[in-house]
Design a protein around this ligand. Structure first.
Ligand SMILES: NC(=O)c1ccc[n+]([C@@H]2O[C@H](COP(=O)([O-])OP(=O)(O)OC[C@H]3O[C@@H](n4cnc5c(N)ncnc54)[C@H](OP(=O)(O)O)[C@@H]3O)[C@@H](O)[C@H]2O)c1
Length: 248
């Protein structure tokens, strides 16, 4: 077993996940990076290994039985898991899930909820004994839509609020096993894949409202790694927005 703390980052090939993995390795963590594309994972691991220890685990997410093999492979890589940071994205899905509620696609609600909320519950369940053994941390990336009401976000907001409810309840219960749990909620993430898909008009409008400036993924990574470390040992159950002052 390694002496260094080990962080499993799921969705590590994405904008936020890769930034968290880079920051964690930079701060001395050993990282297990999860993704579904071998090519993207190999490229990330090559980069991480220039600074520290890292391994990869590939796997599709969605539906029963997805989390346990990923957690088991991650545990086997270095013999322990001290933190799990879930950065798997919720979309896009088939049909319409943002926009006016009356125009959304009910047939897609279940699949969307599974990836946006139930997946993290399965991941937390599979990781629980490993994280408890280290007195570690579970972090779910959600979105401000779960915290702040806005038009056109009914389905996304509902799924993200479900994770807030799960994490806050879990935090109180799992503290008895030494586990901390948090949500981190971005609103818009500059230079991310989602931001690129969103179009510049929305981003320009949001940027004007965010007095501190909208964050990049690199701005979000340090608080994430901090929450997993010893400096945050007495903090749990928090839902932390990183949005440059867009909402408070
Ligand atoms: N970016 C934003 O503006 C923004 C705003 C608010 C909230 N968030 C939230 O922040 C988190 C991270 O976002 P991000 O911008 O980093 O997303 P991203 O760049 O799209 O990355 C998503 C990650 O999830 C993986 N993934 C997606 N579906 C998967 C599946 N079915 N099975 C396995 N892996 C899957 C992707 O793999 P591939 O690399 O193979 O695609 C990638 O590693 C998400 O929860 C997102 O909803 C983001």
């Amino acid at each position: 077993m390694t002496d260094a703390k080990v962080m499993l980052v799921t969705g590590a090939t994405g904008s936020v996940g890769s930034a968290v993995a880079r920051e964690a390795v930079r701060q001395g963590w050993t990282v297990v990076a999860h993704g579904r594309s071998d090519e993207r994972l190999a490229s990330l691991i090559g980069e991480l290994q220039d600074f520290g220890r890292a391994a990869k685990v590939a796997g599709d997410v969605g539906g029963e039985g997805d989390a346990a093999p990923i957690v088991e492979a991650a545990t086997q890589a270095f013999g322990r898991i001290d933190a799990v940071v879930d950065c798997v994205s919720t979309g896009p899905r088939a049909g319409k899930l943002t926009g006016p509620f009356k125009d959304t696609t009910p047939a897609q609600y279940g699949a969307f909820f599974d990836l946006s909320a139930a997946w993290f519950q399965r991941l937390a369940h599979a990781a629980y004994p490993h994280v408890a053994a280290q007195g570690g941390t579970l972090i779910a990336f959600i979105s401000d839509a779960g915290k702040f009401a806005a038009a056109n976000q009914t389905i996304v907001g509902a799924a993200r609020a479900a994770t807030i409810g799960f994490v806050r309840n879990l935090a109180v219960e799992a503290a008895r096993d030494g586990i901390r749990a948090h949500c981190i909620a971005p609103s818009y993430v500059l230079e991310s894949r989602s931001a690129a898909a969103m179009g510049s008009e929305r981003l320009v409008k949001a940027s004007k409202r965010a007095g501190l400036g909208l964050p990049t993924a690199a701005d979000i990574a340090p608080v994430t790694v901090f929450l997993c470390g010893d400096g945050a040992a007495r903090i749990t159950g928090q839902v932390i927005s990183v949005n440059g002052g867009l909402n408070a």
